[in-house]
Design a protein around this ligand. Structure first.
Ligand code: RTP
Length: 148
């Protein structure tokens, strides 16, 4: 079953939005397979965002991600990568549709509350980076009133 790496960024944690984000993913029908509250080193944040290293906002982005604890999660379910991105909304919250996490809860691109893997391949890499200890295999039967 497909998995996505979802991270509540330091602004989301400081603003008390952890429950709100988790609730949206749970209510949609996805399953939580990994969860931890952690701060990360600069080198770790640089590794996570290595594809953006040449961007002008890279240094500010890394400063932001290491500025406080983040909630790192793995969510599992049918289509969770693409649907997770839809639930999160456009990168710049001013362009995010109402009803999305960023469209409901954020204003600034540099304070956009949440990260979600942008492809199945990135999800695989990000989960390996953030959860080297492995995940929980706590539910093998998908909810029959959510999954056909
Ligand atoms: P994310 O990786 O965090 O889920 O975000 P994303 O795919 O929607 O956007 P991406 O292009 O991968 O950018 C990663 C994060 O960098 C910050 N950013 N700042 N100042 C800027 O123009 C700018 N552009 C991007 C955002 O925090 C974005 O989520």
């Amino acid at each position: 079953m497909e998995q996505s790496f979802i991270m509540i960024k330091p602004d989301g944690v400081q603003r008390g939005l952890v429950g709100e984000v988790i609730s949206r993913f749970e209510k949609r029908g996805f399953y939580l397979k990994g969860l931890k509250l952690i701060t990360v080193e600069r080198s770790f944040a640089e590794k996570h965002y290595e594809d953006l290293a040449a961007k002008p906002f890279f240094a500010g982005l890394v400063d932001y991600i290491i500025s406080g604890p983040v909630v790192a999660m793995v969510w599992e379910g049918k289509g969770v990568v693409a649907t997770g991105r839809k639930m999160i909304g456009a990168t710049n919250p001013l362009n995010s549709e109402p009803g999305t996490i960023r469209g409901d809860l954020a204003i600034e691109v540099g304070r956009n509350v949440i990260h979600g893997s942008d492809s199945i391949e990135s999800a695989r890499k990000e989960i390996a980076l953030w959860f080297p200890e492995g995940l929980f295999d706590w539910k093998s039967n998908l909810h029959p009133w959510i999954y056909e």
